[in-house]
Design a protein around this ligand. Structure first.
Ligand SMILES: Nc1ncnc2c1ncn2[C@@H]1O[C@H](COP(=O)(O)OP(=O)(O)OP(=O)(O)O)[C@@H](O)[C@H]1O
Ligand SMILES: Nc1ncnc2c1ncn2[C@@H]1O[C@H](COP(=O)(O)OP(=O)(O)OP(=O)(O)O)[C@@H](O)[C@H]1O
Ligand SMILES: [Mg+2]
Ligand SMILES: [Mg+2]
Lengths: 251, 251
């Protein structure tokens, strides 16, 4: 069966795209078939994998029924990792879809035909709790929350959890939390250590044991259009995502 | 006359709120009367100034005509810096406003009555190019773009500039760019230095001479509900915002 995981947090810049790309790659390296869906109009997951957005069929074509599942999927340089490219046009969709009948279910319906072909489908979400992220939470069976070890990121967590509960109640009773992943952890800083302690207290075993350290190799890799595991496989950043993949597989 | 400045970038986590709070504080320390408008449903600019969101009248009340300008303004611990508190309810507004007649002008109309009372009005924007940010770009006379010295942030810049041009053409011919501010610069990293060089090349004198270094005091301050200048006035982070204020005043 196919696990569909939304990677979400409305706080901006907390490592959603970096996690989608590097967890996707690590799962593929563990012999899983993985589909990465770029559902953010910034199209960072698309360019971060070396693809050019808005050149061929993309996620908006699939959502609006202009293309079928088979025509939007692109292969990547990672064996076993495919991508549904993103599109800038997604940002206009929020307003266009506002008055459409089943607006919360469009992505869920689009992804149905991928079930059975992939072990994992990862959905990279934009930094908001608008209609795009709601669609991702309705389409997914589980949510992986990336949490930067900073004050503002911690502050937004309760709003995100409230939204997940609402989606579960209104549209998707199966929605589960895969776990909360601490990102950009700098163990030398008090702030990082304090946030880590406080979150552990508040969330307990919903936290992944793995955390992602702040590591420049993770932020350099996208400029070469490759995941960190292809940019510098021995870096702390790349290795921490391999650990995360093993933990996700065993959950 | 009152300068209305939108602090914008759809890329998440690039220092918009940190700049709104600390530039606002620095301008007030230069004897300017400043109003900070929290236009992001994450309400970080509100809590970062020690105020409690969703407790009294806020920006959504002003926008929808439920309250007047005089009743939504709150004083802060910084002399000369007032805040219009944000509201989580803003995130629902995007969908609600989708079918309203003059939906792009609602903030502009709401801020009219503040003209003449403040030297500066700073608008903290959410990480998207949706209706909220469009409203801010229509209400403002100028845009300050915060740019993190990272690859994905650089990639999104052309889309932001295109949006600014569209807003200027369609709704706000006066819209100017105050400047582009490099944030979280870590001069030890190649990536930071490379981005800085490339942006200088691409943008020339639209770049502020001042840049903001990565400095933990800037990310610690919000957990105390105070701007960095009150948390640690001698820190590199706080001092760089004083430099920025002088540069903004002289532009
Ligand atoms: N562990 C890390 N160490 C160092 N840099 C990182 C790390 N994780 C992500 N980054 C960098 O930090 C920035 C923000 O990360 P990323 O873009 O993945 O976050 P995001 O949550 O997807 O942002 P958005 O909200 O805009 O979609 C990027 O420039 C990325 O390269
Ligand atoms: N110069 C800096 N040095 C260190 N940390 C910083 C700096 N500027 C901002 N930060 C921290 O980085 C994180 C992102 O900054 P901030 O929240 O201001 O960005 P933003 O663009 O407003 O984010 P969003 O897109 O979610 O609104 C915050 O935790 C903040 O405290
Ligand atoms: Mg992203
Ligand atoms: Mg912000």
């Amino acid at each position: 069966s196919t696990r569909i995981i939304a990677i979400a947090n409305q706080k901006g810049g907390v490592g959603k795209t970096t996690t989608a790309i590097n967890l996707g790659t690590s799962l593929a390296m563990n012999n899983k078939e993985v589909l990465l869906v770029d559902f953010d109009p910034q199209v960072n997951a698309t360019t971060g994998m070396g693809l050019r957005p808005d050149e061929g069929p993309a996620i908006d074509d699939l959502l609006l029924g202009r293309e079928t599942a088979g025509t939007v999927v692109e292969e990547t340089m990672v064996e076993g990792l495919h991508v549904v490219p993103g599109s800038r046009a997604l940002s206009g969709l929020e307003i266009e879809l506002a008055t459409v009948e089943n607006r919360e279910f469009l992505l869920k319906e689009s992804l149905e035909s991928f079930r059975g072909y992939y072990d994992f489908v990862l959905i990279d979400c934009p930094p908001s709790l608008g209609l795009l992220t709601i669609n991702a939470l309705v389409a997914a069976g589980e949510v992986l929350v990336t949490l930067q070890s900073e004050y503002y990121a911690l502050e937004g967590l309760s709003h995100l959890m409230e939204t997940i509960r609402n989606v579960r109640r209104l549209w998707n009773p199966e929605l589960d939390i895969t776990g909360v992943l601490l990102t950009m952890v700098d163990s030398r800083l008090n702030l990082s250590r304090e946030v880590k302690k406080e979150v552990g207290h508040f969330l307990g075993d919903r936290m992944f044991k793995t955390f992602i350290p702040r590591n420049v190799k993770l932020s350099e890799a996208p400029s070469f259009g490759v995941p960190a595991l292809l940019h510098d496989a021995r870096s702390k950043g790349a290795l921490s995502y391999l650990d995360l993949a093993r933990e996700v597989i065993s959950r």
